[in-house]
Design a protein around this ligand. Structure first.
Ligand SMILES: Nc1ncnc2c1ncn2[C@@H]1O[C@H](COP(=O)(O)OP(=O)(O)O)[C@@H](O)[C@H]1O
Ligand SMILES: [Mg+2]
Length: 230
């Protein structure tokens, strides 16, 4: 079931503590992301982008404020309930890919399926399907070290879509790639958004990447200072 909004944030604040020193990373963020949208959050290093993505993806809890995923208030859920929501609704990709180096592409894509309890035959079938969707079926037995950066990010995207999530959260997905390869990764995310209706949220400090999304939110010092439709 699709709710109107994939993600809603209400006055989200997040403080980190370094000993007794409070580091405010998010200082009151309000944001509604339509289901099926393709948006970006841009801001300089240290502006709170990763913190914001981790809060939206339930990897981290806000210090204050509320987070809704697909219309559901997840603020008060227990850790195990949050893990279930994460597994079912959310796929992540990272700047450094975060693939497991000693596993093949196929085995990396199988990981979220194992966590979701998918039986092995079905799991392999689904993992191959996802690798095919990112154009990498012919590399499924390669390990990350035997793949280019762009190919590794595509494996990471295959892993992110394995459980058919409603939302893909991509933290600097092109940050470690040359600009041409980066463009193909953004195009891939766009095509998944169009084909699967997956909501895609890209965090980036690259304005060119942001300009290819439907909506850009500018983050400065932990607050959204500007919204634009390129
Ligand atoms: N685990 C942490 N402990 C303390 N401070 C942190 C931690 N993570 C991030 N910060 C601080 O929070 C702010 C936002 O960081 P981050 O969300 O990583 O920004 P961005 O992804 O935009 O570079 C920065 O000032 C950063 O130093
Ligand atoms: Mg970051």
């Amino acid at each position: 079931m699709f709710h109107k909004y994939a993600v809603e944030l209400f006055d989200v604040r997040k403080d980190y503590f370094l000993g007794k020193i409070r580091v405010p990373a998010l200082r009151g963020v309000n944001l509604k992301v339509l289901s099926g949208d393709f948006i970006s959050i841009v801001g300089p290093s240290g502006s709170g982008k990763t913190t914001l993505l981790n809060v939206m993806g339930l990897l981290d809890r806000p210090t204050e404020g509320k987070v809704y995923i697909n219309g559901m208030d997840v603020s008060r859920l227990s850790e195990s309930e949050r893990a279930k929501v994460r597994l079912k609704y959310i796929g992540f990709t990272f700047q450094m890919f975060h693939l497991i180096p000693w596993l093949t592409a196929l085995q990396n894509v199988e990981i979220p399926l194992i966590l979701a309890g998918v039986p092995s035959k079905l799991r392999v079938k689904r993992a191959i399907e996802c690798l095919r969707a990112v154009g990498l079926a012919d590399r499924m037995n390669h390990r990350p070290g035997e793949l280019s950066g762009g190919e590794q990010q595509r494996v990471a995207i295959a892993r992110a879509i394995a459980n058919n999530p409603k939302i893909i959260l991509a933290d600097e997905p092109t940050g470690n790639l040359d600009s041409k390869t980066g463009r193909t990764i953004v195009e891939l995310l766009r095509s998944l958004n169009e084909k699967l209706k997956t909501t895609v949220i890209i965090v980036t400090h690259n304005l060119e990447v942001a300009k290819s999304t439907n909506k850009i939110y500018h983050l400065r010092d932990g607050v959204i200072v500007k919204e634009e439709e390129p």
